[in-house]
Ligand binder design. Sequence first.
Ligand code: SAM
Length: 262
Amino acid sequence: MPKHKPKLGQNFLVDDNARHRIADALGEISQRTVLEIGPGKGAITDILAGRAGNLIAIELDNELAPALAARYAGRENFRVVHQDILETDLASLIPPGETADVIGNLPYYITSDILLHLFAAAGHLNRAVVMMQREVAERIAATPGHREYGLLSATSQLYCRVENLFTLPPAAFSPPPEVHSTVLRFHFAPRFVGLGIDDPVAFDRFLKQSFAQKRKTLSNNLRSAGYESTLLAAVWPAEISPQARAEALTLEQMALLFRALR
Ligand code: SAM
């Protein structure tokens, strides 16, 4: 029989040392706006509420969100936004002209979607300390040419510098998940300008096309996406092997090819 999966990815942190390490990883926040994704029963929230200049906790659960709001009723620096993080306009929660820091023991079933949502708001964010399934974290932090490197790694590293902080065993949570969990720290610093990319949306699309099928070479993936063979042959940069897979290319090489094809 399949194991019971908790609803909304609810594996609550019960290791006291771990919740302090996660909160500490955000650094000095007394003057900062902090967005917490999925505060749950408040394991991390309780530490941050005493530290953050302004704490906004975004929780979807119909019981947990009001319970948390009631616990902190009257606290001026804290509020609960009871809605889906993926439908939350992050920029609208942040004072104009400022950036926010993000923290969260993420609901693992939507980790990639949440990260893409954060990258879409990159201009409004400074750093993020987020916990996710270990295997996903390893993919995000992998470097080109390694087995785990793929679209999620490339996209993450396009928007952020990524640090792998530490890993927790299932026993740190209740109920325990079936996987280990890793905390990553993202420093938001989109690289489009440095890579000479004038159209970020087009480059995002180009990355998706390049990584579309792992078993195919990069040029075959691009042909499938509609690029003409003659164009590819004519502009293909000498420093990139014609047989290369997207997984082997640095972002600099990806950008070089993208610019050559424009
Ligand atoms: N922060 C708490 C902790 O560390 O114990 C809870 C972490 S639990 C892994 C994930 C939390 O995200 C749960 O409280 C869950 O209800 C909430 N959640 C799940 N899906 C969500 C969504 N789409 N938007 C906002 N919160 C969500």
